[in-house]
Design a binder for this molecule. Structure first.
Ligand code: PEP
Ligand code: MN
Length: 330
């Protein structure tokens, strides 16, 4: 794939005409404040030149826009919180928003402990249709209120493109979950919103498939994407999923996007969350997504893996020591 990067504000009509006249396939998009033409196959596209082009890059990986072959590290700004810098950003909160009291209490406690973002599910992708499905739009309203009270930007999962209007103005980041990691129509629609995206890795996806999923967001002009490893399905049953830190590192080595980890869902059990969180940060994670509930035993979803407020405070203390040891902060 050849990337043609144009001078800002320059006229792209000449290059467009040349591409049309050639036998190359191409796509024009705006990304990171630049006009980009993607063109392929390489042997046709590489011949083309135009004075509007400031750089022409040949990208070998199948995910040209996510690849770090053309761009230095991206820092994603979520409501004023920067992900991808030297600070490891911790997003914490309940698996699901259950009530105003629950989410407000959690928000205040995780903020006090040092979390920068508040997470909370309102539309829950449950394995069984009979399990608690989340509070929907009301859940988003409560999450926003709790975030405002605590002074935290919020992130919540969207499972259906038809729900996107309910998220607008209420969340600072849209999460695409493991079960929808290859729902390409959802990815396209989420990409078009321009809202920062937390893209989980599908539990059955290779690192390449995960990065190709991010390409659906980037190719809609949304460059504010953070990838999140959350465990894959393997033969191992001692954990709920196998947190693939090797895969997370491989993703980081190949993309300019920030890469994070969710230690809660692969743990499945509370006592595994702290060591998995520490391991993720030691492996270079830019973000951690941790489930926290004021009364985990009574949680309506993921009861066994959510941390109580005190355990989360202890986790943050340990993380701060580790971050310091590796030249980062939390
Ligand atoms: C979640 O973060 O609430 C969630 C459902 O995660 P995953 O998509 O990784 O299972
Ligand atoms: Mn959960």
């Amino acid at each position: 794939m050849i990337l043609f990067i144009l001078k800002q504000g320059s006229d792209s009509s000449n290059l467009k005409e040349k591409l049309k006249a050639s036998s190359a396939s191409w796509k024009r998009l705006e990304l990171y404040g630049q006009t980009i033409f993607l063109a392929w196959p390489d042997e046709h596209a590489i011949q083309l030149n135009d004075s509007s082009v400031i750089s022409k890059v040949k990208v070998a990986r199948p995910y040209p826009l996510a690849s770090n072959e053309w761009k230095e590290k991206t820092v994603v700004n979520v409501g004023g919180v920067e992900i991808g810098g030297s600070r490891v950003v911790v997003a914490a909160g309940p698996c699901a928003v259950e009530s105003l009291e629950q989410v407000v209490e959690t928000a205040k406690a995780v903020k006090r402990a040092g979390a920068m973002l508040l997470r909370g599910g309102a539309y829950k992708p449950r394995t069984s249709p009979y399990s608690f499905q989340g509070m929907g739009e009301d859940g988003l309203k409560l999450l926003r209120r709790a975030g405002e009270d605590a002074g935290m930007p919020v992130v919540s999962e969207v499972v259906d493109p038809r729900d996107i209007p309910a998220f607008k103005g209420r969340v600072d980041m849209l999460q695409v979950g493991a079960r929808n990691a290859q729902n390409f129509q959802l990815l396209r629609e989420v990409g078009r919103t321009g809202i920062p995206v937390l893209l989980k890795r599908g539990m059955g996806n290779s690192v390449e498939e995960w990065l190709l999923a991010s390409e659906y967001l980037l190719s809609e002009g949304n460059g504010n994407v953070v990838l999140c490893e959350r465990g894959i399905r393997t033969f191992e049953r001692a954990t709920r999923f196998t947190l693939d830190l090797g895969g997370m590192i491989a993703a980081k080595l190949n993309t300019h996007l920030p890469v994070g980890a969710d230690p809660s869902h692969p743990a499945g059990k509370r006592d595994l969350v702290l060591p998995l969180a520490l391991a993720s940060v030691a492996a270079g994670s830019d973000l951690l997504l941790v489930e926290v509930h004021p009364d985990p035993e009574r949680a309506k979803s993921d009861s066994e893996q959510q941390l109580d407020l005190n355990s989360f405070r202890l986790l943050m203390e340990r993380l701060a020591e580790l971050a310091k040891a590796i030249g980062r902060s939390i």
